[in-house]
Each structure stands twice: as C-alpha cells, then as structure tokens.
Design a protein. Structure first.
Length: 85
C-alpha cells in the first residue's frame, strides 16, 4: 500500500489528472476542498491503480482505470501475491 503525498509517484506513472473547473464547483458544493486536502493547492487526483511488484522490482500485475468505479477484485490481488511466493 502506498500513501502518495502530492501524487509524486502517480505522476511518475502518468496516473494523475487535474479536475476541470465544472467539477471543482461540484466538489466545493459538497464541501470538498481538494486543493486544501491535497495540501499543495492543486486540484489533482490520481487514477485508481494497482501494481503488484516483486522483490526484484518487476511488475507482475498492473491495473489502472480512469473510471474509479471499476477496480480490480481484491481476491485477484491476493491470488497474484500468493503466486509470488
């Protein structure tokens, strides 16, 4: 698991996008100040992604989808991790 302050790692993988003005207004309407929450004044979010990287640094599985409602099944992640041992 990774806590990616400032989206630094996501940026390196090309997995960051900036919310357009119309969505910023909607977020603010719900009381969500992403710029403040990010702590860096940006309206950027990472694209949800999962990378399974072995101890040698080889990516064994990768999933990224800009539609945050489509996520890999946790059971599949566990299965991949078990295959690494």
């Amino acid at each position: 698991m990774l806590r990616d302050a400032g989206n630094a790692v996501a940026e390196k993988y090309g997995l960051v996008f900036t919310l357009p003005d119309d969505l910023r207004k909607i977020y603010l309407g719900f009381g969500i100040d992403l710029a403040r929450g990010n702590g860096d004044g940006t309206w950027r979010l990472p694209i949800p992604a999962r990378f399974v990287i072995n101890r040698r640094g080889v990516i064994r599985a990768a999933d990224a989808d800009p539609d945050y409602t489509r996520r890999p099944e946790p059971a599949r992640t566990v299965e991949i991790l078990r295959e690494l041992t």
